[in-house]
Design a protein around this ligand. Sequence first.
Ligand SMILES: [Mn+2]
Length: 346
Amino acid sequence: MIVTLKGDITSEQYQSLIERIEDKGLVPWPDKGTSKTVVGIRGDTTKIEPDYFMADGVESVTRISTPYKLVSREFHPSDYVIDVSGVKIGNGYFAVIAGPCSVESEEQLFAAAKAVKEAGAQLFRGGAFKPRTSPYAFQGLGEEGLGLLVKARDRFGLPVVTEIMSEKQIGLFARYDIDMYQVGARNMQNFDLLKELGRVGKPVLLKRGGLEGTIENWLSAAEYIVSEGNPNVVLCERGVKGIETKAYRNTLDLNAVAAVKRLSYLPVIADPSHGTGNLSLIPDISLSSIAAGANGLLIEVHPDRRKALSDAHQQLSPEEFGRLMKEIPKFVRLRRKIEKLRKALG
Ligand SMILES: [Mn+2]
């Protein structure tokens, strides 16, 4: 439920509204990011009539129809900007997260960081903990990998993004001051992890689940984080299982990129590396994602993919990545035209 306040609400009227909300065992959720000041109500409001909260100083009370509330555009109409250690994403700010699939060695990681920095990426990624289908596949360097990421950050100045697999790792991630915590597709509905990340407050990159990732489930996963008090969520479309099995591994769902932007104010980025699983499609799908409204891209880059310990078939070389990066500004400008057209269509 959302309570929209009148511009001239007095502090006594405001206080009395907050008390009415709390008396029902609900949590008031003020949002001052819009021109009209609104107060969201967190908790189960299904048995309460909106009129209950009508009072002096209140303009209207509306029920949000979707199962996710605090991440919906109904609650906050304008786009959010998420700040990752000084790098902005969303509402006109475009950011590229690039780096190898896995942290393999200092030599490999530094070569990748140098290359993506020189090409103009804003954030550096690399997996230290790897969720692999087979227990015999490379599981990542673990804590040693986090240490190497931090060394690369200190050397090249790019904030780091890496995957967290369990709430038990939060203390470890905090010790290394990881800038952005990635929740992988397999963990999109790991509710204990999502809730804990909501209490931590660090920016979260929330990937869409491959099988359970309906738009509603994805935004509900974001709601778990935001409703615990962490508004810093960036959504990441990383491909879903389609009917194709040979030409590409996953289907990057451009509809989803466009659709979540209608339904939520959270930034959304696209991951064409995992979203296609096919190196040759990455330029096409990267630039199409920008046209569809993505606020950023996640692209895997490896200094020598023949030696990669995971996802060898989908990581760009530094040279290929550099060429792709040069094309991005044109597509960001193209997107502004598309945005105008979209708004004209209503
Ligand atoms: Mn990968």
